[in-house]
Each structure stands twice: as C-alpha cells, then as structure tokens.
Design a protein around this ligand. Structure first.
Ligand SMILES: Nc1ncnc2c1ncn2[C@@H]1O[C@H](COP(=O)(O)OP(=O)(O)O)[C@@H](O)[C@H]1O
Ligand SMILES: [Mg+2]
Ligand SMILES: [Zn+2]
Length: 466
C-alpha cells in the first residue's frame, strides 16, 4: 500500500465540489453567480445564508476561484492554475478566509480594513471570505460598514452565516444576498451513490436513502455519516446499519404503515407502532416522516410522477403510485391535517406513542368511511339525474330547503374489496332523513346507478349503507 492510500481523507473534504456544476441543489445561486461572472458585474459583497453543510464555504471558494482564475473554463474555474490551486489549498495571499466566530471584535475588523489597502499580488481581486459573520459584535459590524460600501475597486467580500437574522440589516443591505436551500433527499441519495461508486462501496439505494433521511437536508452530515458507516462496516453497508444509526424506520415499513392507514387496517397500524416503539425507533421522526410521505402523496396525486417537487427515489415513486390509487385526494388532505395537528401536539404530549396510535387510527377512519356530506351529495347528484363523480364535480342543482334534512341520520358507507352483484331496479332513492329503514337500505344498495356513484367514493366497493 502506498503512503497516499494510508492517509484517510474525510469524505466531506475529499468530495468538496470544485466547480459550480458540481454543487448540488443550489442552482438558484449558481445561476446568478455564473451570470455575474459572465457579464463581469461582480457585486462588492455577497452574503450566503443557510444551515450547516449545504455549500456556503464551498460556493465561496468556487466563486473566489472563478473570479481569480488565470485560465477560466467559461465561467468555471480551471482548477489547475496557480491561483485556483492556492485557493483550494488555503494558501492564496489574495483570498483571505476569516472565521467570524473567533475574530469578531473591532480590532479584528481593523485588521481586515488594513489588509484591504494592499492590492492583490497575483490576481485580479483581493477577496475576504468571512464565515459565521453573524458572530461579529455590532461595533465590529459598524467598523466594517464604510469599507463595505466603498471598497477599493479590487476588493470583494463574501460573507457566510447560518443565522441570517443576526446579521445587521445595514450589512445585509450592502450585500447581494443568497438563501441556500436544504438539499433534497433524492439529490443527496444521487450524490452518495456517485461517491460510493468512486469509493467502491457496496450499498443499496435504501441504505443511502436512510443516510440521506438522517441528514435532513445537510450534505456534509450525509457524507460524515457515510464515512462513519464505512469505518464500522467496511465496504458493504446495509439499510439496517444506516437505520440503526438514526433510529429510523425502514422505507418499506414506513410505506406499509401508510398503506395500512389508507386501507383502514387498524390491526396493522397498532402492530407496527408497537414494533417500532419496542425497537427503539425515534417516534417523533416517524411522525415527521409520515407527514412527509403524505405530503408526497398529495403532490403525486396533483402533479404526477415526474413533478420536481416530489422529493423521492424511484422506489418511493413506485409506492406512491400504488398508494395514490387507494384514496381520494380530499381524504389524503384530511389525513395530512390530522398529522399536522399531531405534529403540534408532539411537543408537549406525555406519551408520544399513544398520540401516534390515536392519530393514525383516526386517519385510517378518514380514509375509509364516507362522510355524510359525500353521501348526501351523491344522492342529490343522482336525483338531479347527473351521472357525475361526486369528488370531481360540484353539484350545481340548488338544494330545495324542504329536502334538506334538519338533522341527517348518520350515514355511513361501508366498503369492502368485493363488489356485490348489481341488480337492476327502476326506482331511485331519496336523500336519507333520519334512520334508514331496512327497506330503504335495500333499495339504495340495489340501485344500480346509485351504486355506481357510491363506488366512485375512495376505497373500493360499497357493500352496505346505513
Ligand atoms: N451543495 C452541495 N453539493 C455538494 N456537496 C456539498 C454541498 N454542500 C455541502 N457539500 C459537502 O459538504 C462539505 C461541507 O460543505 P460546506 O460548503 O463547507 O458547508 P457550509 O454550508 O457549512 O459552509 C463539502 O466539502 C461537500 O463535501
Ligand atoms: Mg462553512
Ligand atoms: Zn484557474
């Protein structure tokens, strides 16, 4: 083994993007920066705001390289010239990186102001990159203001911070501001896949998905976790390994639970929750991920499989496709509401597990049982002789007051997989007023047209009406 192979370089460092093209998930920033370079209109100061490990330092350095590169490749830095190399190695005299957390006093800013007076040695620009700039004291900020507004023509500032709210508005207004995004789970998965291939790591997509889920949008965290798993497990990593690190439920288990909710399968819901809880899974994360799943289901139903808003891998998309057919969007919205309510309560509830159980059971009822309104609308539409799907078309016939029951009897459509044999009868049924008599029930059930209509309710086939 050569000595270079023995030195372990941490993955986040080893795979720091070197060009704008390499940066994942921040296209809104790279597009503007590229344009600035192309048109030669480089602002005096840039401010990158965003949570940790999503590319602030990376973009600062790429931008610094790009505007000081001796031999740029279009708007991309060449990576080969002495300027590019020095910046990457952190020894460029013209690109000064300052840690704002430890250099936050007026005296530190005075040092910057002094350095600003000296023209760059071998580059076009003298660039000051100040990280965690929100840590500067307000005296230090104020000392910087004048220079920021009227720097020498060769000086540029790049500020980065995780806490944009703490940067003085007077500073922000003198900068071009960019808000970096958390990186989508499927984008993290693709990046991990690329890196694993380069590193000869044997790992399936669900394991990478688990790592990405655990990282919650942070690329550095994802790469660090991958690094850790490789050092525990060697070159083969399973989904189980990754799930255990974060206390996450497997993708399949999560999808099975969602399916149980959509099909009203209370036994499976209770059993799964019990299983996850006793396996020490992070129940709050489970709640959050369920919400994410239903969010994706809503997006899927509204926009289809290829919507860019879907933050899913191909396997997840397949299961969304299957589940989208199980339940009508209006019900999925209701389930999402229930989950959102649960999310609020999770913060102060004593038994997380009980809250989750109750909410999921409630959600599974929403998914299954037809509401009174749905049945009423179905019956009214039928009376008006319209052959409509009650979910997709509003009933336009005005309702006669006399026909509106004062207190509608609870009407419940019980649904089951097998359709009853439809029998043809000529009579239509009135809207239910109080209790349905056995006779009335039979008539509704035997009414072919009504039956067809009721069967357009989400779920499957109607077997009873009460
Ligand atoms: N948008 C991104 N695309 C690709 N890799 C990224 C991205 N953001 C972060 N990384 C990875 O995480 C590491 C740390 O990123 P960095 O830019 O230093 O994060 P921060 O936002 O905390 O400054 C990088 O070296 C790189 O490996
Ligand atoms: Mg940084
Ligand atoms: Zn270069």
């Amino acid at each position: 083994m050569s000595s270079s192979q023995q030195i372990h370089i941490a993955l986040p460092l080893k795979y720091r993007p070197m060009t704008f093209d390499d940066v994942v998930g921040q296209e809104h920033v790279t597009r503007t920066l590229r344009h600035a370079i192309k048109s030669g209109r480089i602002a005096n100061a840039y401010l990158f705001i965003g949570s940790r490990g999503i590319g602030k330092t990376t973009l600062s350095r790429i931008f610094a390289k790009a505007i000081n590169c001796l031999n740029p490749n279009g708007v991309e830095p060449c990576g080969e010239c002495s300027n590019c190399k020095q910046i990457v190695e952190g020894r460029s005299l013209d690109v000064v990186e300052i840690d704002g957390a430890s250099h936050n006093k007026v005296e530190d800013v005075h040092q910057i102001i002094d350095a600003v007076q000296f023209a760059p040695t071998s580059s076009k620009y003298k660039i000051f990159i100040v990280d965690e700039v929100h840590m500067l004291t307000s005296a230090a900020f104020n000392a910087l203001l004048k220079t920021l507004e009227e720097p020498p023509p060769y000086v540029r500032f790049i500020f980065a911070t995780t806490e944009g709210d703490k940067v003085l508005p007077t500073i922000i207004s003198r900068c071009q501001r960019f808000d970096l995004r958390r990186i989508l789970t499927n984008q993290i998965v693709s990046r991990l896949e690329y890196i694993c291939e380069k590193e000869n790591i044997n790992v399936d997509r669900d394991a990478l998905l688990a790592i990405a889920r655990g990282a919650e949008g942070g690329m550095r965290d994802a790469l660090s976790s991958l690094d850790q798993l490789i050092s525990f497990r060697g070159n083969t990593i399973t989904e189980e390994d990754a799930l255990n690190v974060f206390g996450l439920v497997s993708r399949k288990a999560l999808e099975d639970l969602a399916r149980a909710m959509l099909t009203g399968d209370a036994a499976t819901i209770l059993h799964s929750v019990e299983l996850f809880d006793s396996a020490g899974k992070n129940m709050r994360r489970l709640a959050g991920e369920l919400m994410q799943h239903f969010r994706n289901l809503i997006v899927f139903q509204a926009l289809g499989k290829n919507a860019p808003e879907l933050e899913v891998t191909a396997d997840q998309a397949d299961s969304l496709e299957e589940q989208a057919k199980l339940c009508h969007p209006s019900r999925i919205f209701k389930i999402a509401d229930l989950l959102a309510e649960m999310d609020d309560k999770l913060r102060y509830v004593l038994s997380v597990r009980t809250l989750i159980e109750m909410t999921l059971l409630k959600a599974s009822r929403v998914a299954k049982v037809a509401t009174i309104e749905e049945v009423m609308r179905a019956v009214q539409a039928l009376k008006a002789g319209m052959n409509v799907s009650i979910e997709t078309q509003k009933v336009s016939t005005p309702v006669q007051p006399a026909e509106v029951p004062q207190k509608p009897a609870p009407v419940e459509v019980v649904q089951k997989k097998e359709a009853p044999q439809a029998k043809v009868v000529e009579k239509k049924e009135e809207a239910p007023r109080r209790e349905l008599t056995a006779e009335e029930r039979r008539k509704i059930l035997d009414d072919d047209k009504l039956n067809n209509l009721l069967n357009t309710l989400p779920g499957s086939k109607v077997i009873d009406v009460r």
